[in-house]
Write a protein that binds this ligand. Structure first.
Ligand code: ADP
Length: 443
C-alpha cells in the first residue's frame, strides 16, 4: 500500500524533473555567465559594470551550442568558453586572425562589438560548429520521454514487487512457524510478524485464537481441579459415615438413622453435581446448537412466570412480573436450556432472599434492537469484591455460607446465555438486592 502511494508521488515527480531538465537543456539562455562582481575579480583588467551588463545581456541570448570569448579593446580575453583562447591572456590581432583562419573549416566565426560607439568597445568572438548535430525532432523527443517513463515504471514496479514479495514471504515463514508451534500445543509464545500486510492482520487473528485456546485450556484445567475438589468433599463424608456404620462406631439406632440420612443427602448432592457437570460438558461441545429454532418469547416467558410465581409464593416470597413483549418477537433458543438458565437465576433469587421478600421478573424490548430479561430481588445482595467472580465455575460468594450450593449455577447460566450469542450482566448492593439482566439481540 505504502509502496504504491510512494510510486504515485515519485513517478510524476520524476517525470516532471526529467521534462524540466530537458527543457532547461534546450533553452538558449543556458550559459552560466559570471556576474559583474565575479568577472571583476577574475579579470586582470578593469571592467565597468555598465560594459559587462551589455555584454552579458548579449551572451545570454546565445544558443547553448555557441562558444564565446570576450576581449577588451586591448585584446585581453576576460571571459572565454573557447578552449584555445584562454582567459586573462593578451591575444595579438594577427595571432587571433591566424587562429580563426586555421579553424575556419571546422567552425563558423562571428566577431562583434556590442557596445555603443562612444563606449569602450569590447570584442565578442562567437563560434559554432559547422557540423552541428541535428536537434532531435519532436517525435524523437516524445518517444525518448515515453521510453524513460516506461523504464522508470518498470524499475519501480520491479522494486515494489521485490519488496512486497519479500515482506509476504517473511510473514508467511513466521506464520508457518507459529502455526506449527500452536499445533504442537505450545500456546505461550506470542506470534510476532513485522510489517503491515494482510498477513499481519491474519497473525493478529491467530494470536487471539492462541489466547482463546490458552484460556480454554486454563478453564478446562480449573474445571477439572474444581470438579475433583468438589466431588471429594461429599465422597469423604460418605466414606466417613459408612465406615463409622460398618465398624460399629455408630451403634445407636437413632444415630445410625441420622448417619444414613446424611449419606443419602450427600449421594443426592453427588448426583446433582454429576448431572450438572454432564450438562456443562454437553454445552461446551455446542452440538445442541444444530437444533435451534425460532420461537416466540412471549408464551414461553408467560408460562415460566406463572409457574415461578406459584413456586415462590409457596416458599413465602412474592413475585412481581412485567412481561411486555410483542407476540411476534421471535428468537432462536433451546427451550430446555433457557428454562434451566431462568430456573437457576430465579432459584438463586429465592435462596438469597429472606421470607417475605420480593422477586421481580421483567421482559421488554429496549428500543435499540435488544430484548432485556431482568430477574431482580431485594435479598441479601452480593459483596462488591465477589461480584466480578460470581460467574466463574465453582465460585461461591461470601454471602453463600449459610446456603447449600455448588458454585456451578451461574457458570452454567453464563455458558447457556453466551452459547446463544446473548449477554448477561449482574449488579448488586449488600443488604439491598441483586439484579441479573439478559440481553438478547433481535436480528
Ligand atoms: P451457588 O451454588 O453458590 O449459589 P451460583 O453459581 O449459583 O452458586 O452463584 C455464585 C455466587 O453468586 C453465590 O455463591 C452467591 O454468592 C452469589 N449469588 C448468586 N445469585 C445471587 C442472588 N440472587 N443474591 C445474592 N447472591 C447471589
Amino acid at each position: 500500500m505504502y509502496i504504491f502511494i510512494a510510486g504515485l508521488i515519485f513517478i510524476p515527480f520524476f517525470v516532471l524533473c526529467v521534462t524540466g531538465l530537458m527543457a532547461y537543456n534546450n533553452q538558449p539562455e543556458r550559459m552560466l555567465l559570471p556576474g559583474y562582481e565575479e568577472i571583476s575579480e577574475l579579470s586582470v583588467v578593469e571592467i565597468k559594470e555598465h560594459d559587462w551588463e551589455i555584454i552579458a545581456r548579449r551572451l545570454s541570448r546565445m544558443p547553448s551550442n555557441v562558444e564565446v570569448a570576450v576581449l577588451t579593446p586591448q585584446n585581453v580575453s576576460i571571459f572565454s568558453t573557447i578552449e584555445e583562447l584562454p582567459q586573462n591572456q593578451t591575444i595579438d590581432d594577427g595571432l587571433l586572425m591566424k587562429f580563426i583562419r586555421s579553424t575556419n573549416d571546422k567552425y563558423y566565426y562571428q566577431i562583434d562589438r556590442p557596445g555603443r560607439p562612444m563606449d569602450e568597445n569590447f570584442i565578442v568572438i562567437t563560434r559554432m560548429h559547422r557540423f552541428r548535430p541535428k536537434r532531435p525532432s519532436f517525435m524523437v523527443q516524445f518517444y525518448t520521454m515515453v521510453l524513460v517513463i516506461f523504464v522508470v515504471v518498470i524499475v519501480f514496479c520491479s522494486v515494489a514487487l521485490w519488496v512486497i514479495a519479500r515482506s509476504i514471504t517473511n510473514s508467511i515463514t513466521a506464520l508457518d512457524k507459529a502455526t506449527k508451534q500452536i499445533s504442537l500445543g505450545k500456546l505461550d509464545e506470542e506470534i510476532v510478524v513485522k510489517g503491515s500486510n494482510e498477513i499481519t492482520s491474519l497473525t493478529e487473528n491467530l494470536n487471539s485464537m492462541r489466547l482463546t485456546l490458552k484460556e480454554n485450556q486454563t478453564r478446562r484445567s480449573r474445571f477439572i481441579m474444581g470438579v475433583s475438589h468438589d466431588l471429594r468433599t461429599p465422597i469423604a463424608l460418605i466414606k466417613g459415615y459408612t465406615e463409622a456404620l460398618a465398624d460399629g462406631t455408630v451403634d445407636q439406632p437413632e444415630m445410625q438413622k441420622k448417619s444414613l440420612q446424611i449419606v443419602l443427602s450427600k449421594i443426592a448432592q453427588l448426583e446433582d453435581m454429576i448431572n450438572e457437570l454432564i450438562d456443562f460438558v454437553k454445552l461446551d461441545t455446542g452440538e445442541w446448537r444444530q437444533n435451534l429454532q425460532n420461537a416466540s418469547l412471549l408464551p414461553f416467558l408467560q408460562e415460566f412466570a406463572e409457574r415461578f410465581t406459584s413456586d415462590a409464593n409457596l416458599m413465602g416470597r412474592s413475585v412481581q412480573t412485567k412481561i411486555e413483549l410483542d407476540e411476534n418477537i421471535q428468537v432462536a433458543f433451546d427451550e430446555r436450556l433457557f428454562l434451566r438458565c431462568l430456573e437457576n437465576l430465579t432459584g438463586n433469587a429465592i435462596r438469597y432472599t429472606q421470607k417475605g421478600g420480593t422477586i421481580g421478573l421483567k421482559a421488554f424490548a429496549d428500543g435499540s434492537g435488544f430484548v432485556k430479561i431482568c430477574i431482580c430481588d431485594n435479598g441479601i445482595g452480593i459483596d462488591q469484591k465477589d461480584l466480578p467472580y460470581i460467574f466463574d465455575i465453582f465460585y461461591r460468594g461470601s454471602n453463600s455460607r449459610r446456603e447449600k450450593g455448588s458454585g456451578l449455577g451461574l457458570s452454567v447460566v453464563k455458558t447457556i446465555v453466551e452459547s446463544h450469542g446473548w449477554q448477561i450482566s449482574a449488579s448488586s448492593r449488600l443488604e439491598e438486592g441483586t439484579e441479573f439482566v439478559i440481553s438478547i439481540p433481535l436480528n
